[in-house]
Design a protein. Structure first.
Length: 271
């Protein structure tokens, strides 16, 4: 780690809750008594002692408590899986450019989430639900593998109560699922979308490409379209170049980008 990078700060694990078999949420509060300020869409580098660091989005911001919803895929995330309430974890951040919450104010909002991509969008939906009168029509389109993979089910109910139009679709049906089956682009295609709405998309890149294409075909202004991009990351502070995406560094210039900035690079995994 370069000298000019911040050192990990100790954060205390306040709560751990399972979401799915391989996905859980860990809530962290600063153990050093200093404040932490995060914006929706930003991420932290979480340090699993003995395993390493991984960038993880903030999935809820509540005063000084930051939630992170993590899927165990490899060494670091499996290390983070071992955390229990009372443990201390190293955290660097919050880093990056988040969702354009302030410029969304006063207009309609379209949120498109695929799978775990709903995690970085949850703080925006929380903000919209809390400050509902600041926004016009708000539509959420959330696609997931199947009924069992649905994240944040209580939040979906809360957001619906706050007059957010929640559309959930699953790739694979099951006897306990009465909703639509297919890809998230289907309800998006069928919906009436205000051309001047702000759209926020997060999920697998193939889903983001198709969802962006659908919205643009429906006349959405590309300047109002924002995507959150993932790339393998090392430093988190724009110094190592690991997460380069064309002329950008995802950790410093993103992870949230305007569509025009990244549309050409969307299909490229690593440069
Ligand atoms: C800005 C940002 C925000 C993220 N937010 C979250 C989050 O909220 N929750 C969450 O669970 N994960 C999130 N990730 C992904 C997470 O950082 C990786 O899953 C993690 O770094 C994997 O580390 P590992 O040591 O556990 O697995 P590794 O052993 O490093 O990797 C396991 C597998 O995952 C692939 N992989 C690793 N990192 C990425 C990546 N960034 N993008 C695509 N594939 C990758 C590897 O190629 C390998 O196939 C985010 C990534 C970024 C860049």
């Amino acid at each position: 780690m370069s000298l000019s990078q911040p050192h990990p700060r100790p954060f205390r694990v306040c709560a751990v809750s399972d979401q799915l078999e391989d996905t859980w949420t860990v809530e962290l509060a600063p153990a050093d008594g200093k404040r932490v300020v995060a914006a929706p869409g930003q991420f932290n580098m979480l340090y699993a002692f003995g395993a390493g660091e991984a960038p993880i989005s903030v999935s809820r911001i509540h005063a000084d408590v930051l939630a992170h919803t993590i899927r165990a895929v490899g060494r670091v995330t499996r290390g983070l899986r071992q955390l229990v309430v009372g443990d201390t974890v190293g955290l660097r951040g919050p880093f990056g450019v988040g969702w354009p919450v302030e410029t969304m104010s006063g207009g309609d909002v379209v949120v498109v989430a695929g799978g775990l991509g709903i995690a970085p969008l949850r703080p925006v939906l929380d903000t919209v639900a809390r400050e509902r009168s600041r926004f016009g029509r708000v539509q959420l389109f959330y696609g997931t593998r199947d009924r069992a993979s649905l994240l944040f089910q209580d939040d979906l109910k809360t957001w619906t109560q706050q007059n957010i139009e929640v559309n959930v679709i699953v790739d694979r049906g099951s006897p306990d699922w009465r909703g639509p089956v297919g890809f998230v682009t289907q309800p998006l295609e069928a919906a009436t979308i205000n051309r001047s709405a702000t759209a926020l998309i997060c999920g697998p890149e193939v889903m983001m490409r198709f969802a962006a294409g659908t919205l643009l075909r429906k006349g959405l202004n590309p300047e109002h379209l924002h995507l959150s991009i993932e790339r393998n990351m090392e430093c988190g502070t724009g110094q190592c170049g690991h997460c380069q995406l064309g002329p950008y560094l995802v950790c410093r210039d993103g992870p949230v980008f305007g569509y025009d900035a990244v549309s050409d690079c969307l299909a490229i995994r690593e440069l």
